[in-house]
Design a protein around this ligand. Structure first.
Ligand code: SAH
Length: 465
């Protein structure tokens, strides 16, 4: 067995030379890798080893000896406690450079492209207060109290950090945090807690476990979902009344029931409590209805740039037949419909597809169709083959595209594939797979949709060789 050169609780001094994909500093001690949260490249730090794994250790900073020129004072008072942001201690210029490099490294390492063409990342002028969606857990403060507090989970944990203002959330969502904090207390709303007993399954008790709000950046419409463990929520009527009165631009309230002890926010059942069961919003020149269960990008200002970039690099025109795979509520589908002959959207979440049909009517687009199902399902693949697109857009979740789906796409041989990605490692993996099927990567454009966090969005053009 290889002797590890460090032990838990060891104190040592390290030079940080890189940042990993979680935004942690990377140092070496006798060639053994050590990850150090809140340390930056170029810094020398004394650390204490917290956890030891086979190939690496994690350590926390005890003392900074030299500081990076890119280090800034995090403006958020919760930053070092809350798991929501990871890069507030790095200048915004530094964050953008880090994200470009992350994509480049993955393309070199995983897709084995020697010199990928990466355009400069598109950042935000003001990288704060951008999120249109708030998803805040509610937990009891301590076991003797039933009423809960709101906040976010600490990194890699289900421990709640109580928060009443978040610097990456839009004003409307911060307002909801503030109002609910007081209402939960005033109306004694019983909140969720997880009971852990050794040797037994975790058990949830109490009721209110999450609040989820969405606000339209162009319309200002705000919608709130109360996620509860039980259908009954004591004082529900009073709570609804007060929320209606106290939250400006609130258009509707929905309840979602989730009684499973999982980290997934929503359960399957949605119940109408009051008003409109969605928000309306606009992106570029299209109007959309967005239901709580449907995906919608969280940074609308940057999303417009993302979609425009996708259309620009794919150079779509009126001769194109386009497949929009992973189409959500039909955002990309309906915008592209203005420019192309016809377009087919495919999406697995039923509620999102219902929204996309509605959105097709709102925007009066005749050359659009939508299909419900997983893009890799046999029946769906058959319809895609029949549609025979010459351009394909894909916008998958973090896990990337299914291999069966990519296989069929490569057999249809569309000239261009426009890939919208929220995870550079699966983007690189899928580009590698497409390379083996006769495609080449033309270029990648990173777009910063998630300032202050390590998340990276990019759009890539992949063409038939
Ligand atoms: N293009 C949309 C949605 C992108 S998010 C937009 O820009 O708003 C990814 C979407 O893919 C989600 O709506 C998710 O529900 C859907 N999805 C995930 N896996 C899928 C699969 N295997 N087949 C079809 N849709 C899928």
């Amino acid at each position: 067995m290889i002797q590890k050169p460090v032990e838990k609780k060891d104190i040592l001094t390290l030079d940080i030379h890189d940042l990993n994909h979680q935004g942690e500093g990377v140092g070496k001690y006798n060639n053994f890798t050590i990850f150090v949260p809140f340390a930056l490249p170029g810094e020398q730090v004394t650390v204490e080893i917290d956890t030891l794994k086979k190939n690496y250790a994690k350590a926390s900073v005890k003392e900074y000896h030299t500081l990076s020129e890119e280090r800034v004072e995090p403006p958020c008072p919760y930053y070092y406690d809350c798991g929501g942001c990871q890069l507030q201690h790095l200048s915004y210029k530094g964050q953008l450079a880090y994200k470009e490099k992350l994509i480049e490294n993955q393309l070199i390492k995983i897709a084995q492209i020697e010199k990928p063409i990466i355009e400069p990342i598109i950042g935000m002028e003001n990288p704060w207060y951008y999120r249109n969606k708030l998803q805040s857990p509610v937990r009891v403060k301590n076991r003797s109290e039933k009423t809960g507090v709101l906040g976010f989970f600490r990194k890699n944990s289900h421990q709640l950090v109580e928060i009443d203002h978040c610097m990456i959330q839009k004003k409307a969502n911060n307002h909801i945090l503030e109002i609910l904090k007081n209402l939960l207390e005033e109306l004694k709303i019983p909140s969720y807690q997880v009971l852990r007993t050794k040797g037994r399954k975790d058990k949830g008790i109490g009721s209110l476990r999450h609040i989820v709000s969405r606000t339209g950046h162009k319309t200002g419409e705000t919608h709130l979902t109360l996620v509860t463990r039980t259908k009954e929520l004591p004082n529900k009527k009073k709570l609804i009344n007060r929320l209606q009165k106290d939250i400006p631009n609130l258009v509707g309230i929905t309840q979602n029931i989730n009684n499973r002890p999982t980290s997934q926010v929503f359960g399957d059942e949605f119940i109408e409590l009051w008003g409109q069961q969605y928000i309306k919003d606009e992106l570029i020149n299209k109007q959309y209805r967005i239901s709580p269960a449907a995906f919608y990008q969280v940074n609308p200002e940057q999303t417009e740039k993302l979609y425009n970039k996708l259309f620009e690099i794919c150079a779509i025109d009126e001769h194109d037949r386009v497949l929009d795979a992973y189409s959500g509520i039909g955002t990309i589908t309906l915008l592209a419909a203005d420019k192309v002959a016809s377009i087919l959207g495919v999406e697995e979440v039923e509620e999102a597809v219902q929204d996309s049909f509605e959105n097709k009517d709102i925007n009066q687009k005749g050359n659009v169709s939508f299909l419900t199902g997983k893009v890799e399902e046999k029946q769906v693949l058959k319809e895609i083959v029949d549609f025979s697109p010459n351009t394909v857009f894909v916008d998958p979740p973090r896990k990337g595209c299914d291999e069966d789906f990519l296989q069929i796409v490569s057999e249809i041989k569309p000239q261009k594939i426009g890939y919208v990605s929220c995870d550079p490692s699966t983007l690189a993996r899928d580009i590698g797979r497409l390379k083996a099927k006769g495609y080449k990567l033309t270029k990648v454009v990173p777009i910063d949709l998630f300032p202050q966090t390590v998340h990276v969005e990019a759009v890539a053009l992949i063409e038939l060789e």
